[in-house]
Ligand binder design. Structure first.
Ligand SMILES: CC(C)(COP(=O)(O)OP(=O)(O)OC[C@H]1O[C@@H](n2cnc3c(N)ncnc32)[C@H](O)[C@@H]1OP(=O)(O)O)[C@@H](O)C(=O)NCCC(=O)NCCS
Length: 137
């Protein structure tokens, strides 16, 4: 398995799999190097998409491993790859978040060193609280 940054060739796969954002945002993230991909022999097994909160704090918007490849260390490998690179670029913390009732990914974040730091709601866009996590590097 190889962990690498997303490339233009990944666009169609991401358009089919990364359903939370539109095609323009996927193109933008690919252009800015904001996708990390896990692949094996050309098959994509999972992706991590990030952005920069306040323009300088790495924020993991989404991490997903294909159902038939979960619990094989792929999510952790993508997170470690991202963390190493963000640290090398001078980041002092990482951020992520999850809808309050999704306790499974929250357990996974905690297992990987993230600590809960608060909850927010987003007006009419999302009245269900979102739990935020930070990881000190
Ligand atoms: C969360 C997710 C990215 C983890 O990736 P993964 O490759 O399956 O996880 P890893 O193999 O790196 O780590 C697995 C370990 O984490 C722990 N863990 C806790 N909660 C877990 C969960 N919901 N899923 C997987 N592992 C979890 C387990 O201890 C597991 O080890 P074990 O199998 O020995 O018990 C993946 O399950 C996924 O895509 N989930 C759906 C999307 C999602 O919820 N994303 C996060 C919010 S954006």
């Amino acid at each position: 398995m190889k962990i690498r940054y997303g490339q233009q060739e990944d666009f169609e796969w991401l358009r089919a799999q990364d359903n939370h954002v539109g095609a323009d945002w996927i193109k933008r993230c690919l252009h800015h190097g904001e996708y990390i991909i896990a692949a094996d022999d050309g098959e994509i097994l999972g992706f991590l998409r990030f952005s920069l909160f306040w323009g300088n704090i790495p924020y993991m918007d989404m991490i997903r491993v294909q159902d038939n490849h979960k619990r094989r260390g792929i999510g952790t490998a993508m997170l470690n790859f991202w963390e190493r690179d963000m640290r090398a670029r001078g980041a002092k913390v990482l951020m992520t978040s999850s809808v309050v009732h999704e306790t499974e990914p929250q357990d996974w974040h905690k297992r990987n060193g993230f600590q809960e730091c608060g909850q927010l709601t987003f007006g009419q866009h999302e009245p269900t609280p979102e739990v935020f996590f930070v990881k000190d590097l």
